[in-house]
Design a protein around this ligand. Sequence first.
Ligand code: MN
Length: 246
Amino acid sequence: MAAADLPILIVGDVHGDLERLFSALKPYPADAWRTIFLGDLVDYAPFGVGALRYARDRANSAVLLGNHEVAMLWALRDPTRIGFWIGIGGQRHDLDELAKDPSLQEWLRRRPALIRLADKTLIQHCGNDAYATLVDKDDADPVASINARVQERLESGGEAELWDIMSGRNIFNTQVERLERWLEMTGSRRVVFGHNPHRSARPEIYFGGKAMNFDGAFSRQHRLYRRLSPPGATVAPLPTNLETLA
Ligand SMILES: [Mn+2]
């Protein structure tokens, strides 16, 4: 089956917990699912680079850029940023590992910020509309423009701007007008994101399914949420219908 025809599996913020990722993915073989990682695979727990490599090499998979990947790439390019990055959970050995692997660096700098599926589901790391600051009013395809500009910033020392765009808190769970404006701007019917942990046993759904949060505080080393949440709060199939999550 072509990847585009497979059912979609969403994987929220992994944050270095590779061991838990392996067990959470066991019910979802790579050849039977199109897997989309929401970013923030690194930091907090020790296997961030391991998680990146695993996600990169998994068949039928796509990986989005998270703010923690931006901070890590920033620290890699500019050593004066290492202290900041360690302060948000950066693991020194992971930076050393990334520094030794130019092809992984290059792959990481080319990750998209947004993916829009054929069914008009928009998938992104942060649950907010700050990405819109990268759009010009006459852009025909805002999603493609944002991805192109994000890549441009990562290739030209523009991490500070990206960090600002991608480190704000989620708003799509509370601000329905902004959610609807963003869906309209990007030609989408719903948006899937991670970034700020929810506290439910399953991905959280807001506004009749127009917004969904798949960050279930998965990593056992999560800086602010050290509790064992069920894996299904972070790793779950994307429902085909708007409202429901089985
Ligand atoms: Mn994040």
